[in-house]
Write a protein that binds this ligand. Structure first.
Ligand code: ADP
Ligand code: ZN
Ligand code: ZN
Length: 761
């Protein structure tokens, strides 16, 4: 018998191994096996097929079966195959992205350690009333130890257990609970353990009832508008598999999801609830846990590998989580009985993975997954992607809208400030217009909170010599270095290269280097000068490297320990703070001027989302409406006007006209072919040659070769060729042709060390 296996390597296809007789009973499709690879290596591979077709080459034996359970379910394999095919990558790359590292260890010794918690129990020796009493009486000289023991006896019901001579009825107690109850430090506990009275042991977290799990579900009743939307969604699913819920910010989409999830659970189905990385906070998981308790599993890239292994294992067990809340990669997890997929903030481009392969779009993969499982899908957002809205008006998806905020709270009022004009009049205080400063001041006086949004981290995006105009560039990438003032470094945001800020200009030796522009760090500085009494916090990549830092920033703001929160796009979405009445967008022009056909759509989404953080609850007596100050270089810009009027349709119509005129998605499909090489000349040559042969096959559909916005990263030069393929074209054929051309090019001696890959929209 032979087994085809996926190996966690970026190689094409599956690899065939022979199944030794002693393993033939154990090897089954979907299980994990240890296989030899090359001269010395071993990998944990996944079996995709068992057969009797002897390959032409000498096969090696499978070495071991790593566990009894099947780790790859049939539909999951189908989905992975679809991903590899559609996004033009290998199955091995999908495997690598889908499975936590702990499950692909090459030596087969799985260094997976389930999450445990320390508990304390009485030793067997002292589970004896006479011995126990004897030792307790000698403990009078150590009153703290005695107290700890007495607390232990009280909390675990040791007395009754001793009387009944049944240690089974002892209540499990965690080390933390005991120490807290006794008011002791762990040194005291250690002393008691050293005496041989108590012992510590570990318990899998799964087994511990968290205590917060409610006896029954706490579901809030829906408002009338929410109920109407909810019913419309259920109705729509009778006809269509996918429904778009277009609900304004703070309309209470989450609450509708909760009702739909509860419904699916009642039918015995599993639910996948996907959201973008930055929205998955404990704010949301706490809310969901209150309703669904331990039926909920969370799959987050900020979690440790061990935690992800645990979730993965649970999903293939016979007691999987009923609900998985997760980010992008959760779509590759195993589900046995999926009934509903919810994709919140479906417009978010962080659902698209850009590096490394598989360069997949999790929303689109989720749609395929739901189809394979026969599940329904809900796409939720206040600002649909053009693709999704287009599909909705074409009738491919059902469409349900929710136009009022929960509790009939008013939509925020948006005021535009032309900062070019204010600058001319010399009215700007650094990055702040007089209007924004006044709004901040008044909010502080009213003891309300403010969010300021600037999509640039660091102190200043550009440092410039005032004498000769020199600006520091990354030596490895084609980008300017960003000034970070806290550690006085110049940092590359592409490869993390960093170097101290020079004292003098390396080009002309001038001593007048100045910082231009404003990053979040600098805004924080300026703000602290203007409002020294305000409590200011900053949320960007630099301040949220750890999971706890991120959560504590959010919690601090929620509890009102912070007055003003400055941040990058991290502050734009999903956060629900009740006391924020003022939102400032410091410079919308940086978003509008990106060299990308989606930049206007994205800018609209980002501005609308950040504006949506304002005034989410009616503030007491005055019924104050949330206020958004939108600073921009050109106030007449149509996208800005569309944001102010909250006119999604106008944005959609205008952008669709552009897409039609220049032939862009959703009216065609884009396939980018990327090439990388250390030698720019070789690369140029290769790119020209590729474009030429592509034109012979695809004609006018080929654009380029071009330099991407950043044309060198980590010393590798990059070129791209773009293909615009008609929606109705046969993509399988396109992919086949591309692969043939790739094989032809890479076979040439001169392009041997080139890298070629695809990014499929
Ligand atoms: P969205 O996701 O549409 O922006 P949320 O789901 O965050 O909106 O809801 C906005 C606020 O309104 C939240 O604080 C939420 O708790 C509250 N809310 C929404 N619906 C209800 C409801 N049916 N009952 C009680 N509170 C609700
Ligand atoms: Zn100079
Ligand atoms: Zn760099």
């Amino acid at each position: 018998m032979y087994a085809d296996c996926i190996v966690p390597l970026p190689l094409e296809g599956v690899f065939t191994y022979s199944v030794p007789t002693h393993l033939s009973q154990k090897v089954q499709v979907g299980c994990r096996v240890n296989v030899p690879f090359g001269a010395k290596k071993q990998y944990a591979a996944l079996v995709t097929r068992l057969h009797e077709e002897k390959p032409a080459y000498q096969t090696k034996d499978i070495l071991a079966v790593l566990e009894e359970e099947v780790m790859l379910l049939p539909n999951q394999l189908k989905l992975w195959q679809w991903v590899a095919e559609y996004y033009m990558c290998t199955l091995g790359e999908v495997y690598k992205a889908a499975i936590p590292s702990g499950l692909k260890e090459k030596d087969g010794v799985v260094r997976y350690r389930p999450r445990t918690i320390d508990c304390v129990r009485i030793t067997e020796e002292y589970f004896d009333p006479f011995k126990l009493n004897a030792v307790l009486s000698t403990m009078k000289v150590a009153p703290k130890q005695q107290l700890l023991m007495l607390k232990y006896i009280e909390l675990t019901g040791l007395g009754a257990a001793l009387t009944l001579k049944n240690p089974q009825i002892l209540k499990e107690i965690t080390k933390e609970e005991l120490l807290k109850a006794a008011g002791c430090s762990s040194t005291i506990l250690k002393a008691v353990c050293d005496r041989g009275l108590l012992e510590e042991y570990e318990v899998l977290v799964d087994r511990i009832p968290t205590g917060q799990i409610p006896a029954e579900l706490i579901i809030q009743p829906l408002s009338q508008a929410q109920q109407v939307a909810r019913d419309a969604i259920s109705g729509a699913w009778q006809q269509k598999e996918v429904c778009l819920l277009h609900g304004v910010t703070s309309s209470g989409k989450t609450e509708i999801y909760i009702h739909l999830i509860a419904e699916a659970l009642k039918e015995g189905k599993q639910v996948l609830y996907m959201l973008p990385e930055i929205v998955l906070t404990s704010q949301l998981t706490d809310r969901l846990r209150k309703v669904f308790g331990d039926r909920l599993g969370v799959y987050h890239s900020r979690y440790t590998d061990a935690e992800r292994v645990e979730v993965y294992r649970k999903q293939v067990s016979d007691q999987p989580y009923d609900i998985i809340v997760g980010v992008r990669s959760s779509v590759l997890l195993p589900f046995r009985n999926l009934g509903l997929v919810i994709i919140d903030e479906e417009h978010e481009n962080s659902f698209k993975q850009t590096e490394p392969a598989p360069r997949y779009h999790a929303r689109n993969v989720a749609l395929v997954m739901a189809k394979l499982a026969g599940a329904k899908t809900l796409l939720g957002t206040a600002t649909p992607s053009l693709e999704t809205y287009y599909n909705a008006i074409q009738g491919k998806y059902a469409y349900v809208s929710l136009t009022t905020r929960y509790g009939n709270v008013a939509m925020p009022e948006i005021e535009v400030v032309d900062i070019a004009e204010e600058k001319r009049k010399k009215l700007m205080s650094g990055p702040f217009s007089p209007l924004l400063l006044r709004e901040i001041r008044e909010a502080l006086e009213r003891k309300e909170q403010v969010i300021l949004f600037q999509n640039r981290r660091g102190f200043a995006p550009v440092v410039e010599c005032q004498v000769c105009g020199w600006t520091p560039q990354c030596p490895h990438c084609d980008v300017a270095l960003t000034h970070h003032k806290r550690n006085n470094q110049l940092v590359c945001h592409y490869c993390s290269y960093s170097t101290p800020v020079p004292h003098r200009c390396p080009q002309c030796d001038g001593d007048n280097l100045s910082s231009k522009g404003y990053g979040t760090e600098r805004i924080e500085d300026v703000l602290k000068n203007i409002f020294p009494e305000a409590r200011v916090a900053r949320m960007d990549l630099d301040t949220t490297r750890s999971r706890s830092a991120y959560e504590s920033l959010i919690k601090g703001f929620q509890k009102g320990e912070t007055d003003i929160l400055i941040g990058t796009q991290m502050v734009t979405k999903g956060l629900d703070f009740r006391k924020v009445t003022v939102v400032g967008i410091l410079n919308a022009s940086t978003m509008l001027n990106q060299p990308d056909f989606r930049s206007y759509e994205r800018a609209f989404q980002m501005m609308t989302q950040v504006a949506g953080r304002a005034g989410r609850s009616v503030s007491s007596e005055e019924n104050r409406v949330g206020k958004v100050v939108l600073q921009v270089h050109d106030a007449s810009q149509s996208t800005v006007q569309q944001v102010v009027r909250a006119d999604y349709k106008a944005m959609f119509t205008e952008q669709m006209e552009e897409r039609r005129m220049f032939n862009y998605p959703p009216l065609c499909r884009l396939v980018y072919v990327y090439m990388k090489h250390r030698d720019e000349n070789v690369l140029e040559h290769m790119a020209e040659e590729l474009a030429k042969i592509l034109r012979m096959v695809f004609g006018h559909r080929v654009l380029g070769p071009d330099m991407p916005a950043v044309a060198r990263v980590q010393t590798m030069y990059i070129r791209k060729v773009c293909l615009k393929i008609e929606l109705e074209a046969n993509m399988a054929e396109v992919r086949k042709r591309l692969r043939e051309l790739q094989a032809y090019l890479l076979a040439k001696q001169e392009y041997k060390s080139a890298v070629m890959y695809y990014d499929v929209e």
